[in-house]
Design a protein around this ligand. Sequence first.
Ligand SMILES: CC(=O)SCCNC(=O)CCNC(=O)[C@H](O)C(C)(C)COP(=O)(O)OP(=O)(O)OC[C@H]1O[C@@H](n2cnc3c(N)ncnc32)[C@H](O)[C@@H]1OP(=O)(O)O
Length: 199
Amino acid sequence: MNIYGASGHAKVLIDIINSIGRDVNYIFDDNPEITKILEYSVTHKITAEMLNFPTVIAVGNNMIRKNISQRFEGVFTVALCHKSATISESARIGKGSVVMAKAVVNAQSLIGSHCIINSGAIVEHDNDIADFVHISPGAVLTGNVTIGEGTHIGAGAVIIPGIKIGKWVTIGAGAIIIKDVPNNAVIVGNPGKILKYNN
Ligand SMILES: CC(=O)SCCNC(=O)CCNC(=O)[C@H](O)C(C)(C)COP(=O)(O)OP(=O)(O)OC[C@H]1O[C@@H](n2cnc3c(N)ncnc32)[C@H](O)[C@@H]1OP(=O)(O)O
């Protein structure tokens, strides 16, 4: 498998690829100064040979991940799940999404494309998560939660059942969300209050 982006996030993807017994084939980064990550060499050119292997994007920023995925439409086609993640048979994980160690995705939850379900995050039953969403480590989405495109749920945040969160929202670390959230809002605290709006 290939990794696009030689970031800290890429180090975690290397561990996930190793956890499922696959090989890391190529790691690409457009910054020529980054030549190595862990024990792997970093390449700075995308070759035809590379495209023989499935690729995942190792970019934490949701908007940048979206832009890269659109530039390479059709190339980033696999979902990647750590062997310790628990994923219901009735859940669906979209192409290019990553589910990290000890994360849980429960019954009939739908995860879009190019999402990150980070370490130990819990996505309970019947959630509907759009593309390019990042659920940070330890966050808890209870049942029937809806999350719009590009939203970032901060570490340890909790969303109570049935809440609808808009697009390109940022939920601060540790926030408790008890009401629906409009597009682009940045919310912090318990109970969550709007701090500002993302541009
Ligand atoms: C493996 C990984 O690393 S995955 C990445 C996980 N990342 C995260 O969980 C980060 C989530 N991000 C946050 O919580 C950020 O603090 C944000 C996005 C909510 C706000 O960031 P900024 O826009 O830079 O806000 P800033 O730091 O200027 O703070 C603005 C105010 O909000 C408060 N605030 C910021 N974050 C929080 C928070 N999580 N909870 C409560 N209050 C907060 C600040 O104290 C400050 O209050 P003040 O004006 O009274 O002093």
